[in-house]
Design a protein around this ligand. Structure first.
Ligand code: ATP
Ligand code: MG
Length: 601
């Protein structure tokens, strides 16, 4: 049973950027999209120029770029102000001898200085590598060493806790740029400078580095859901894709108030929490606080957010908080909601309609793709559970897999696309501007991602008759049971249909009869105290009814905390490792409890 399609009415409150999908796919080309950005006055392209300075040039300098919601304060920063501040940051890097191409890391919460640092670094032609501030010393060290970081933007408290214990092991790291107000003794921090003092000495004028489209801009580490995080290299030319995907997939307009709830430590929080929205010249909410259902609803209502980009894990937390809370707030300003990062279970889409009165638009992409690749659009019908259709300019395919479960070229060197309805590896035709250009220092691994003109995503999917894509699972996560190929998401979604279930993680456990048997880990909503035996029986019966006996889980284990990455994704590899008593591998991205409070204080 599939949920009914959500038909989009013709009279959306704001004229959508993409009205006719098929027509847009026909007319759009990445070459013509170059006209959507300005380019540097002297030639070349620089992300920060497109995100900041060009709005000043076009007379929108007074428009608010960032509305920063601090713990006690609220600060508005206009585009003109952001242009000046990022200039001082770029000058500061120059004054420290930091050169174009060198890497500047951040380990700090969502404070204004972080945004100034990201954009200022790009202006200087240096490379920015954001880290999530809740990382501990090991993951910090691992990433700074891979990226040869020369500077880090952080706070004294975070430094002492997470950097000091491993500082000796990061010989390239020379400058520690502190966001704290000067005053406290920081003589224990080698190379420490207070940003306020450093920036005060700098000129507010800066000649932007003449970066070209292929110059490195950002170094992004993958979430580490399936193994050790990889360092994906991105370039300045990607900004065309940041603009175009914001235009098509998030329907960004210059008058929008936009809120992306992802932290810039993850690619979503940079591509769509900094760059894409600013290239559209809109006002962006920057929330320093962590998840809190009441405060989130209040933020949406009080700041009249019109476009909201969030993640399934956050939506499931709102669902846990109950429908009554949502009803206390006027969310009528919200025009468009999108979600990314994990599969969005159909039940969450239904909840969005019923409780928020909004359609949640799932979209799909990866650290490696640099931008949204497959999406549900404002003016297109939504099939709950589908991640939508490829962006104009993107060709997505579902490729036949070889014995190892990954797409493989035949003896003639070519891959084959499977027919609609069949499962294969999701792949993208190479050549879009935000495609990663390398895994830093891992050439072989990078090369293995490409076959016959396609980039292989490592995810399995199918395409339906309407051209919509459906996520099945990661190639590593799919389960082979009694001759069936099953994606964990399908089983998890059905378990989450039970109102008592908050979240589920499904894995295959080796079984002599069936190849693998399906095991589900289930966390319950607060206050559910049903007898586990009865509940297990009822959930199994529901799953058998919905999925058939072959696909229903054979085992259900109740677990309060499913292991998750710091960005909130369920780590099935860890569930499997624990189940089988295998080594757990790299855990640097593991979330061990509830979403961490910002540890900066
Ligand atoms: P690693 O590559 O280190 O294992 P990761 O793949 O989780 O980590 P990201 O690049 O942050 O790192 O995540 C991209 C992946 O997240 C996709 O390949 C896909 O598996 C999953 N994903 C993202 N969006 C969606 C979506 N809308 N539906 C289903 N899965 C999604
Ligand atoms: Mg990945």
């Amino acid at each position: 049973m599939e949920l009914p399609v959500i038909r989009k009415s013709a009279d959306l409150s704001v004229e959508p950027n993409l009205r006719e999908y098929a027509a847009a796919c026909k007319t759009f080309s990445w070459d013509s999209a170059q006209e959507w950005i300005d380019g540097l006055p002297g030639g070349g392209v620089n992300i920060a120029y497109e995100a900041v300075d060009r709005h000043v040039v076009h007379g929108r300098g007074d428009h608010v770029a960032l509305r920063c919601l601090g713990k006690q304060t609220q600060t508005d920063i206009t585009y003109a102000e952001l242009a000046r501040r990022t200039n001082t940051f770029a000058n500061a890097l120059r004054s420290l001898g930091i050169e174009p191409g060198q890497r500047v890391f951040s380990l700090v919460g969502r404070v204004p200085a972080l945004y100034v640092a990201i954009l200022g670094t790009l202006k200087a032609g240096s490379v920015f590598a954001p880290l999530f501030s809740a990382f501990g010393p090991e993951p910090v060290k691992q990433r700074v060493v891979i990226g040869s970081g020369v500077a880090m933007v952080t706070s004294a408290a975070l430094y002492r806790k997470k950097v000091a214990p491993v500082r000796d092991e990061m010989p390239t790291l020379q400058h520690i740029l502190l966001v704290d107000e000067p005053g406290d003794d920081v003589s224990d921090i080698p190379g420490a400078l207070h940003l306020t003092e450093l920036l005060a000495e700098q000129s507010e004028e800066f000649d932007l580095a003449q970066t070209g489209p292929e110059d490195m801009s950002l170094l992004h580490f993958t979430s580490g859901t399936t193994g050790t995080p990889k360092a994906a290299v991105h370039v300045h030319g990607a900004v065309v894709a940041h603009y175009a995907t914001g235009h098509f997939a998030l329907d960004l307009h210059a008058e929008d108030i936009y809120w992306c709830t992802a932290d810039p430590g993850w690619v979503t929080g940079t591509s769509y929490g900094v760059i894409s929205p600013l290239t559209h010249g809109l006002t962006m909410i920057v929330d320093e606080g962590e998840f809190d259902a009441r405060r989130w609803y209040r933020t949406l209502a009080e700041h009249h957010v019109s476009v909201w980009y969030t993640a399934p894990t956050a939506i499931r937390m709102l669902m846990r908080a109950g429908p009554e809370l949502a009803k206390e707030y006027d969310l009528s300003s919200v025009r468009f909601v999108a979600s990314v990062g994990e599969p969005l279970n159909p039940e969450a889409v239904v909840w969005g309609r019923e409780v928020l009165g909004l359609t949640i638009h799932d979209n799909w992409w990866q650290t490696e793709t640099g931008g949204i690749m497959i999406a549900n659009y404002a003016a297109c019908d939504v099939y709950p559970g589908s991640m939508g259709q490829p962006m104009p300019g993107i060709t997505a395919g579902v490729l036949q897999r070889g014995e190892e479960g990954r797409a493989q070229a035949g003896p003639d060197g070519h891959v084959v696309e499977v027919p609609a309805g069949e499962i294969g590896e999701l792949a993208l035709r190479t050549g879009w501007p935000s495609m990663f250009r390398a895994y830093l220092d891992e050439e072989q691994r990078y090369n293995k991602c490409f076959v016959d003109g396609w980039y292989l995503t490592g995810d399995l999917a199918k395409r339906d008759e309407n051209g919509y894509f459906w996520f099945i699972g990661r190639a590593d996560d799919v389960i082979k049971t009694a001759g069936h190929l099953i994606g964990p998401f399908e089983v998890e979604s059905v378990l989450m249909e039970d109102p008592r279930v908050a979240e589920a993680g499904v894995i295959g456990v080796p079984d002599p009869m069936m190849g693998e048997r399906i095991k589900a880990f289930v966390s319950l909503k607060p206050g559910v105290d049903d007898d586990p035996k009865t509940l297990r029986r009822e959930l199994t019966a529901h799953a058998r009814r919905r999925l058939g006996p072959a696909v229903a889980p054979r085992e259900i284990e109740f677990s309060d905390n499913l292991p998750k990455t710091r960005s909130g994704k369920i780590m099935r590899r860890l569930l499997r490792a624990r189940e089988l008593g295998l080594p757990e591998g790299d855990l640097s991205t593991l979330e061990t409890g509830p979403v961490p409070a910002n540890e900066e204080a």
